[in-house]
Design a protein around this ligand. Structure first.
Ligand code: BJW
Length: 236
């Protein structure tokens, strides 16, 4: 019997756009993007946090509250269906810090840029599930220090689980990139790495991305449609 294909899926903000979560760069549906509303340097770097922690904590408190009012869309649901039904390995690596893949039913999702619903204690290095605000400096449940920060990978910090991602890419027969602009590294480099390691490559996006030239195939359209159609095609 032929060995089932192993699939690595990289998702970005575009997969959650139709759930009403802002993308970072080009806005969608007339909605300004996050970086059109806030300067990266003011909110998404360790330097910004050191300079004005209240501003940064409030920015993330607002977004942590917002994602809890959103629901998975047909793209998240299709990927969860694939995760459950595919006979080979499916690894979902997301740059997104929302929990919509999990709420759709996907398992083992790798959050390489962290998670809104997690807080990290700078004193004792403990991570705690967190749904409320951090701006009031609540004590860390593990050590009581008032040093919880968003468990988010800011620019200049090292993304999480790079060894696991590298291993998944090494075993991939197919690499699929969904709804990401290809503007932020190291994720933007995964397509080239996957190609070098022998995987076929497919991009699903609303528009062509900065990395489109590296993919064997690009299918354009809203994630709710193109992802669902791709999964339906695979599962038959
Ligand atoms: C739809 C759709 C629909 C819309 N359907 N599609 C110079 C050169 C190269 C690298 C660097 C450099 N200078 C600095 C760097 C490194 C830096 C970097 O890449 N900077 C670039 C700006 C150049 N990277 C880092 O600092 C990273 N760390 C690092 O490199 O450490 C070194 C190291 C690495 C590995 C091993 C050892 C050491 C850390 C990056 C952290 C990124 N953090 C953020 C913020 C998270 C917090 C938060 O949420 O506030 O993560 S930035 C932001 O961008 C966020 C996202 O995850 C990330 C990617 O964005 P994404 O998902 O692609 O969104 P958009 O908005 O850009 O695109 C949306 C896409 O959706 C578009 O394509 C649309 O078409 C599409 N779309 N609607 C389908 N309905």
């Amino acid at each position: 019997m032929e060995k089932p294909m192993n699939i690595v899926i990289l998702t970005g903000a575009g997969v959650s756009a139709e759930s009403g979560i802002d993308t970072f760069r080009a806005g969608t549906n007339g909605q300004p993007s996050l970086w059109e509303q806030h300067r990266i340097e003011d909110v998404a770097t360790p330097e910004a946090y050191a300079r004005d922690p209240d501003l940064v904590l409030r920015f993330y408190d607002m977004r942590r509250a917002a994602i809890q009012t959103k629901a998975p869309n047909p793209a998240h649901l299709a990927l969860a269906r694939l995760d459950a039904a595919w006979p080979g390995h499916v690894t979902i690596v997301t740059q997104n810090v929302d929990d919509l893949h999990e709420r759709a039913g996907a398992h083992g999702v790798i959050h390489m840029h962290g998670e809104h619903l997690s807080a990290w204690c700078a004193t004792c290095d403990t991570r705690t599930r967190w749904t409320g605000p951090l701006a009031g400096r609540p004590p860390c449940p593990a050590c009581a220090a008032p040093t919880l920060r968003p468990d988010i990978v800011w620019f200049g910090e090292i993304p999480y689980r790079m060894d696991d991602i590298q291993a998944a890419l090494a075993g991939a027969d197919l690499f699929v990139s969904i709804g990401t602009s290809g503007a932020v590294y190291p994720a933007a480099g995964f397509v080239r790495l996957a190609r070098e390691l022998g995987a076929a490559t497919l991009e699903l996006n609303l528009d062509r991305s900065q990395g489109s030239a590296w993919f064997d195939e690009t299918r354009l359209g809203p994630a709710s449609e193109v992802v669902a159609a791709w999964v339906d095609g695979l599962l038959g």
